[in-house]
Design a protein around this ligand. Structure first.
Ligand code: ADE
Ligand code: ZN
Length: 347
């Protein structure tokens, strides 16, 4: 059981969210409306059907559903709508800053215009910024199962997208069958043009995938990454370095089946190993979770103390792809608000 004051603290404390996907954040109602408006056959036509669709046999089954969601986004106005709705949903959880991944290959497949896509996303985020003060910035997450040629094109699109606020380039998708090493050139270009870089790694594949992302791709952040613990030397090395943040998404890992049960999830071990970790919802709609729910889980199932919760929330600022002055401002705002809330709630 969680203390009511602890739950209240978690609900109200300022947060960042560094690992979530736009296409996995479309609410079931919006998804149904978009599929009907754009005549995309999802194979379901009511909320109960969407709920059934959001249960997965395994990780690759999850990726199929993710792709189906992406196909419902066709026009700039669709991207604007889902970006706005997501940003408001995050602002409701006291998220002050978020980085939101888009999957470029899903939209390149359909020859879509990225000015229309990113123009829509930026308009949705701008509206939320004006109404609620939340800052959201896009990032590109390229599905590793697509070709290297498409990956190079995706980096070019990300570079062009920097004028819409794109901050980072990442790889995701089928990690088990597509290791990081072939992307070395792609990431060198991404870094050279001024994009931050990250990778989903150590989610479906083992520690060597994390090592490859760090050593070959030069990533600043790892998505998930929990299987790094299978290599104690690498774990100690990354804990000592302390400059690569692990964006952990516990509910995602249970729902995709890459971890069998919450009890088996190594979130606590990652923290205790001294790895810099953040908490994230990944695909909140597809996994029926929220960022707040992930923090509550950290207390309820993983025994995180208030000090540890505060440390994880601050790591969400330290690991963010923002200029130094913005980071200092957010760190000082977050620390002051944490202290104020702890005093008000007697924690
Ligand atoms: N794309 C969306 N969610 C993902 C995940 N959890 N892993 C890899 N690729 C993804
Ligand atoms: Zn992800």
């Amino acid at each position: 059981m969680i203390q009511p004051s602890t739950a209240e603290f978690i609900r109200r404390m300022p947060k960042t969210e560094l690992h979530l996907h736009l296409e996995g954040s479309i609410s079931p109602r919006t998804l149904l409306e978009l599929s009907q408006k754009n005549r995309v056959d999802l194979g379901v036509n009511d909320l109960a059907g969407v709920e059934r669709m959001f249960r997965y046999q395994d990780f690759l089954g999850f990726l199929d559903v993710y792709r189906a969601c992406a196909r419902c986004l066709i026009y700039g106005e669709d991207f604007e709508r889902v970006a706005y709705e997501l940003a408001i949903h995050l602002a409701d959880q006291h998220v002050r800053y978020a980085e939101v991944m888009l999957s470029p290959a899903q939209h390149m497949l359909r020859n879509m215009d990225f000015n229309e896509i990113l123009g829509g996303v930026a308009a949705g985020f701008d509206r939320a910024l004006k109404e609620r003060g939340i800052i959201c910035r896009p990032a590109f997450d390229f599905g590793r199962q697509f070709s290297l040629e498409e990956a190079h094109r995706a980096v070019e699109l990300a570079q062009e997208g920097m004028r819409y606020g794109v901050v980072a380039f990442s790889i995701g998708g089928d990690e088990a069958n597509y290791p990081p090493e072939p992307f070395v050139e792609v990431f060198a270009v991404a870094r050279a043009v001024g994009l931050h870089v990250m990778a989903h790694a150590g989610e479906v594949a083992g520690a060597s995938s994390v090592r490859g992302a760090v050593e070959m791709l030069g990533v600043d952040r790892i998505g998930h990454g929990f299987r790094v613990l299978e290599d104690s030397e690498l774990t100690e090395f990354l804990a000592r370095r302390g400059d690569i943040t692990f964006d952990v998404c516990p509910t995602s890992n249970i729902r995709t089946g890459v971890v069998a049960t919450l009890t088996a999830h190594p979130l606590r071990q990652m923290l205790d190993a001294g790895l810099p970790i953040t908490l994230n919802s990944d695909d909140p709609s597809l996994f029926g979770t929220t960022l707040t729910a992930e923090y509550l889980l950290a207390v309820e199932h993983f025994g995180f103390s208030i000090d540890e919760i505060c440390r994880v929330a601050l790591q969400g600022v330290r690991g963010a792809f923002i200029p130094a002055a913005e980071r200092e401002r957010l760190l000082s705002d977050f620390s002051a608000e944490q202290a104020r809330l702890r005093s008000e709630l007697d924690l």
